[in-house]
Design a protein around this ligand. Structure first.
Ligand SMILES: *Cc1c(COP(=O)(O)O)cnc(C)c1O
Length: 409
């Protein structure tokens, strides 16, 4: 019989846009004993999680809970619940994840209109507002922080335009939640999807979402209760909209599961819920304002170090996302060889890139628990060494001093 070695993953310094390192307290939470999903102790943890998610999303929405699945499951749950076949959906695209939103909307049977701007930039909000007035979509879906290009789209003027024209606004804040401000209520966002494995620093496997009453109305207009669990005497209301195509991701059923009704749906992911609850507790204990400031400080130190080496950053600096820094791979340097050396010799992981940017930039994440002075300094020292080793013409010996100046300044 074949035997397998004991599981023993190496400790890494993870400087990618996710998954990132996890606080030891979260890892510990993942190992606690299993509770039944209707055990009052467990449902109390579920309720705490909802309450803490409201704080992190900066919303008074009743509905804030995790979807069991990676962030993409949150995107699918929200779009599947809010888009009826034939609905018109507008998707402004400025990177890879905008394409993902358009694809999911198409699969929901929407008539999708897209707007495009050059990768490395974001939209002037007025352009999106005019498109909303012109196209009159039922729903607008867009990304807040595009990890593929390291850009962040300002959103404050889009929500009011959606309200005015009767459209729902769905925002992918997977990469930004817990790292830079996401003001769900103030920006009039109807539904927001967050991610766990990025700035919240919880393992991948859950997708926190929130939505307001405008979104709830649309979902309830399509609500069915699974036949096998209908209470005695239940009659289906008349005049319902199209049935939500997914059972697993049916927000109407999930609302009954996450509300005091606790109507059975799937089996909650016990250990992931512990991890998320502990991760959120740590985020709120640090405080959102201090957490955002920590992300800005480490970004500034990283950028100072990279600039001191004479490296060029990719993209429009006016819309740079604080938690992802994209570096142009210098001419003649093998980007993948540098990444391999960082991993093999220093235990540091940075990211490559997708689509049109493949082979052109490296992406460095400074997210959540990975976003620390120790990691930034460790990366800058290692990066300089690996670049010299691979023939890059850079300024040597200045990067760490420049970063230390930022930390000590
Ligand atoms: C990472 C990411 C996703 C996808 O998340 P998964 O957890 O891999 O499903 C979606 N949108 C954005 C902006 C992301 O950064």
């Amino acid at each position: 019989m074949r035997t397998y070695t004991e599981l023993c993953p190496s400790p890494r310094t993870i400087m990618t846009p996710g998954p990132v390192e996890v606080d030891p307290r979260v890892l510990r939470a993942l190992s606690y004993p299993i509770l039944g999903q209707f055990d009052p102790e467990f449902t109390a943890y579920m309720n705490d999680t909802m309450e803490m998610l409201r704080s992190v999303f900066q919303t008074k929405n009743r509905w804030a809970f995790p979807i069991d699945g990676t962030s993409r499951s949150g995107l699918e749950a929200v779009l599947t619940g809010l888009i009826e076949p034939g609905d018109k959906v507008l998707v402004p695209i400025f990177g890879r994840f905008g394409h993902l939103l358009a694809e999911i909307a198409e699969r929901c049977g929407a008539e999708v209109a897209t707007l495009h701007c050059e990768w490395g930039t974001v939209f002037d909000q007025e352009e999106i507002v005019s498109a909303i007035r012109r196209e009159k979509p039922e729903l607008v879906a867009l990304v807040h922080g595009e990890t593929s290009t390291g850009r962040v789209q300002p959103l404050d003027r889009i929500g009011p335009a959606c309200r005015e024209s009767g459209a729902l606004l769905v925002v992918d804040a997977v990469a930004t939640i817990g790292g830079i401000p996401v003001l769900t209520d103030e920006w009039c966002l109807d539904a927001v999807i967050g991610g766990t494995q990025k700035c919240l620093s919880v393992p991948s496997g859950m997708a926190p979402i929130t939505f307001n009453e405008r979104a709830e109305r649309k979902i309830l207009s399509r609500k069915r209760i699974e036949r096998g669990i209908r209470p005695p005497g239940y009659e289906e209301p008349e005049g319902l909209g199209a049935r939500i195509q997914s059972n697993y991701l049916d927000l109407a059923q999930l609302m009954d599961y996450w509300s005091p009704v606790r109507l059975n749906h799937h089996t909650e992911m016990t250990s992931m819920l512990y991890g998320l609850r502990e991760g959120l507790r740590i985020v709120l204990q640090e405080g959102l304002a201090s957490r955002f400031a920590r992300h800005r400080l480490n970004e500034a130190a990283l950028m100072a170090g990279l600039a001191a080496m004479g490296l060029e950053l990719y993209g429009d600096p006016g819309c740079k996302m604080a938690v992802v820094t994209c570096v142009t791979i210098p001419d003649g340097v093998d980007g993948e060889a540098v990444r391999s050396m960082l991993l093999d010799a220093f235990g540091i992981e940075i990211a490559s890139s997708f689509g049109p940017l493949k082979g052109k930039i490296w992406r460095i994440g400074t997210m959540g628990y990975s976003c620390s002075r120790k990691n930034v300094l460790h990366l800058l020292g290692a990066f300089e060494a690996a670049l010299v080793r691979h023939g890059a013409q850079i300024e040597v010996g200045r990067a760490l001093q420049a970063a230390l100046d930022v930390y000590e300044g």
